[in-house]
Design a protein around this ligand. Structure first.
Ligand SMILES: NC(=O)c1ccc[n+]([C@@H]2O[C@H](COP(=O)([O-])OP(=O)(O)OC[C@H]3O[C@@H](n4cnc5c(N)ncnc54)[C@H](O)[C@@H]3O)[C@@H](O)[C@H]2O)c1
Ligand SMILES: OC[C@@H](O)C(O)[C@H](O)CO
Length: 256
């Protein structure tokens, strides 16, 4: 059911922890990859760890900067000689401040990256697909359960807003772009053991215990527990009638 052979795929946040198993899985299914991140050193380490004959190129790109996104996609098309057919947007970050004290500069920057950046990469990806009437394009946005529930006890109003925005942006784009045969869906993970959550917990055992008390499966996820959902949503042979959906993968968190 899963088929990505020779289907150029862009992955943002590609030096991150969640991206790693997604990269390995998409390569296994035959997709050449354009890897984007703000951290080029980490991207090069990631690329060096890959054992593949498929073409993989790395690009420094701040997804919160529209011009940077446009320039990067131009380079990708020139390097690969084709437009990307799929996009997986994992780039994003989280930070904690009580809502009443959230510095406006931080809130603006976080929304610029997590929410507007998601829109920018979707727009720039979709434009040539639309102009050239390319069939079977698909996009997966990594949202979060924080877009549908409110995490406790950490205060992260801007992050929660950004992820709720991503989920509704996906529904909006799914409706607008269905006529162009572009499918777009989101995946909303619960707590995953990655640098992002390590940074939030910051040694706070009480916070970790609170997270576990609210998670029916009583553990954090491993990053490799999400690659299958991304593969399913990207692959037109498996999910051709699925668009505007938000798949929550959270160990049962949102059932409580
Ligand atoms: N870890 C979790 O518990 C969890 C849960 C739900 C959702 N998520 C989401 O999953 C995604 C990946 O998170 P992760 O846990 O792998 O974190 P991570 O920090 O390991 O990876 C995030 C990557 O995004 C990159 N990045 C940050 N800002 C960027 C920008 N402006 N432009 C381009 N790249 C940028 C970082 O350099 C990093 O490589 C994020 O969107 C996060 O919100 C994570
Ligand atoms: O809600 C799950 C994630 O988005 C993230 O791990 C959390 O919100 C960080 O506090």
């Amino acid at each position: 059911m899963f088929e990505l052979t020779n289907e150029l795929t862009v992955i943002t946040g590609a030096s991150g922890a969640l991206a790693e198993p997604i990269i390995h899985t998409l390569l296994e299914y035959g997709a050449p990859l354009a890897l984007l991140d703000i951290n080029m050193d980490a991207l090069l380490v990631r690329k060096a760890s890959l054992n593949t004959k498929l073409k993989v190129e790395c690009y420094t790109c701040d997804i919160g900067n529209f011009t940077d996104v446009e320039e990067t996609f131009k380079k990708i098309t020139a390097d690969f000689g084709t437009f990307p057919l799929h996009l997986v947007n994992t780039a994003g970050y989280c930070e904690n401040f009580p809502a009443e004290d959230y510095p406006s500069i931080n809130a603006e920057q976080l929304i610029k990256v997590n929410l507007l950046g998601s829109l920018y990469v979707a727009q720039v990806f979709a434009k040539p697909i639309i102009n050239n009437k390319i069939e079977n394009a698909s996009i997966v946005m990594i949202a979060s359960m924080s877009g549908s529930i409110v995490n406790d006890p950490q205060p992260q109003i801007a992050y929660n807003m950004s992820k709720a925005g991503v989920i509704h942006m996906v529904k909006s784009l799914a409706v607008e772009w269905a006529k162009y045969n572009i499918r777009i869906n989101s995946l909303s993970p619960g707590y995953i053991a990655t640098p992002l959550t390590k940074n939030v917990i910051n040694g706070n055992t009480e916070m970790f215990n609170r997270w576990m008390s609210l998670t029916p499966m009583k553990r954090m996820a491993n990053p490799n527990e999400f690659a299958g959902t991304v593969l399913y949503l990207l692959s037109n042979s498996a999910s051709s009638y699925t668009t505007g959906e938000n798949i929550i993968v959270d160990g049962g968190y949102q059932c409580l």
